[in-house]
Design a protein around this ligand. Sequence first.
Ligand code: COA
Length: 329
Amino acid sequence: MTLRPVRIAGTGSYLPEKVLTNQELEKLVETSDEWIRSRTGIRERRIAAEGEFTSDLATKAARNALEQAGIEPSEIELIIVATITPDTLTPATACYVQEKLGADRAVAFDISAACSGFLYAMEMARSLIAAGGIQNALIVGAEKLSAFVNWSDRNTCVLFGDGAGAAVLVPSENGGGRILASHLGTDGRQTELLNIPGGGSCCPITIDNAEENLATLAMQGREVFKHAVNAMRRASEHAIESAGLSAEDIDLVIPHQANLRIIDAIVDRLEVSKDKVFINLEKYGNTSAAAVAIALDEANREGKIKSGDHILLVAFGAGLTWASAAIKW
Ligand code: COA
């Protein structure tokens, strides 16, 4: 079977209006702007409004991507939403997005791969289009992490934010841009390093445990940091090599936006120059599955990616999971 090349036809993103600065966090927990900036690079993050759900953020980002791709919602055949903060445990957030967009034709489902989720979704959609099963796909990374953060835990609450990013994938014309290679990985032995322990079938929230904040993010920061650097470096090398490229061929690296120190460590090891790395985490914090998608859209709309450029996307998250993609734009 001949596999069709697949390209990104449009990108989009949406960030909620409300800004939460480090200075405002100083009033919530014992922290400081200086500590947060020096350890993470984050200055502020966005917080969704009370009645604004993950599917609302996803739908707005999706509309932007569809508009740029010149594709109507009614034409979309597949919607994958990557999220760890779904509107409801079931149905999938993608079902709400399908309804909000009016994308009646689309098959819609979620994937849960934490911060790597958008790149997992990209590879699922790419494979289906490449095999000829579908003509297009809308992939979205969307999170309302503010609903799953323990706002009294300074170890985690300063790190995360809300937002959504999206992309539309279609078959590529001959010689045009395409996804050249991707690499996905999982290490299920490390589930305890970063998780939301409660709210699932193993630990339902009850009257007895309601005050323990079990349905919020728990993390062993230092361990996660080490794994993140190693896994993202290896995933980057994999994608670059599988694409038949070398590090100097990469025009722009768009890494997961969790922590500036993690990004610096990867860039050093990859030997890519720092001016080729796109960073926006100072404005949004870690938006998990949305982070790479938002950064891709901002880089695209700011004119930082030109036709023919080679870009590298790389992410890492709970699971542990990691993922990368080398793309010719
Ligand atoms: N403000 C002030 N102090 C804080 C703090 C905050 N918001 N959060 C933690 N601290 C304290 C700790 O309690 C600790 O104090 P102690 O030494 O008295 O126990 C001290 O700062 C140092 O903590 P440490 O864990 O050594 O800090 P660090 O340099 O490893 O930075 C992280 C902490 C969380 C920023 C860092 O480990 C990290 O970025 N990890 C990866 C997180 C991540 O990206 N997760 C998502 C991956 S997808």
